[in-house]
Design a protein around this ligand. Structure first.
Ligand code: SAM
Length: 317
């Protein structure tokens, strides 16, 4: 009988080995430089308050030299209807005093809620959402991945050290002081208010009916199936978690059939920019509010891919 990807994750995944293989580099790897820069740039553009929309932030370059926008997907400037209001209540496990520190990028609207779906054992992508969102939920299929996240949130002595990745991502926002790293870690620990088990193979992937102002997902959907039609179904399910007018942020390996973790092969959907351009409008994200960017030569060739896709889309109202 054929092994499903689900079985492969349940039987063969090792969170610590994954962290050692992909997240123990001495510097932020090029794919995450691309993701960090794309997120900072795109969130700033989408969430710009109308009067500030045309302002240029000097520390965030307009275009990374290794990135190319896919023709026909211009960078739009669109407002967000989400109003500014005070931070939401934290879960009971968090002290109320932590509510006082609500970071905000000048000139941008702050969203209420974000979900990172398929976070794995990582927290560095979520850290990049902090300046734009009050409350972040992290979801993954495997409890062992969520346990690694929980350890980091709780300051467990054996938690993975994310400092290199966080400092590298902050540098893409123009934040290079040691205090910036300390502050972002503290803010992230305050902002993450729920860890959820999620399964994109289920009709309702979170099982709770929640929807979000922003849904982000990195290297997840294409890693769950090698089948293009099934990937499109998963994308549709993820899209339903985004509220009307909300934002979808995706990072995906490009033109890859398998990726390698600890000498295992994990089948992936072979995708490129045309797949996202075709499917996103079908699941509620108009092409004119979508940016698809290719980051070439990001240096994971031995693991099965050497380019990635960065996607930002805004759901129709
Ligand atoms: C390649 S990893 C990506 C992890 C992380 N986002 C990152 O950037 O390193 C793929 C992730 O998909 C998750 N996954 C596997 N099957 C899943 C499913 N059925 N539903 C949701 N996530 C799943 C795995 O647990 C794993 O964390």
């Amino acid at each position: 009988m054929l092994e499903t990807a689900d079985d492969l994750y349940q039987r063969c995944w090792d969170s610590r080995a994954y962290l050692r293989q992909y997240y123990a580099e001495p510097n932020l790897p090029a794919d995450d430089v691309a993701n960090a820069q794309f997120m900072a740039e795109q969130l700033r553009a989408v969430l710009a308050e109308p009067s500030k929309a045309s302002e240029h932030h000097p520390s965030w370059p307009d275009q990374h030299p290794t990135l190319t926008n896919v023709p026909g997907t211009p960078v739009p400037i669109c407002g967000s209807s989400t109003p500014n209001h005070p931070c939401p209540p934290m879960s009971s496990s968090r002290p109320a005093s932590s509510l006082n520190n609500c970071p905000k990028i000048a000139g941008t609207t702050t969203l209420d809620t974000a979900l990172e779906f398929g976070c794995g054992p990582t927290i560095h992508h979520a850290a990049m959402l902090v300046p734009f969102v009050r409350s972040i939920h992290l979801a993954d299929y495997l409890p062992q991945n969520l346990e690694q996240v929980r350890r980091w949130l709780n300051g467990h002595p054996e938690a993975h050290n994310w400092d290199v990745y966080l400092a590298g991502a902050l540098a893409e926002e123009g934040l290079t002081r040691p205090e910036d790293l300390v502050e972002r870690k503290e803010q992230l620990r305050q902002r993450v208010t729920a860890l959820k088990q999620g399964n994109i193979r289920q009709e309702n992937p979170l099982g709770d009916g929640a929807t979000y102002d922003l849904v982000a997902s990195f290297y997840c959907l294409e890693a769950v199936t090698a089948d293009r039609a099934e990937w499109a179904l998963f994308l549709a399910r993820l899209a339903r978690l985004v509220r009307p007018g909300g934002i979808l942020l995706l990072g995906a390996v490009r033109r890859c059939n398998v990726y390698h973790v600890f000498e295992r092969e994990f089948p992936t959907t072979y995708l490129d920019e045309s797949d996202f351009a075709a499917e996103l409008p079908r699941v509620g994200f108009p092409a004119e509010q979508t940016v698809i960017r290719v980051a070439e030569g990001v240096g994971w060739g031995e693991q099965g891919f050497d380019s990635v896709l960065c996607v930002r889309a805004v759901k129709g109202a």
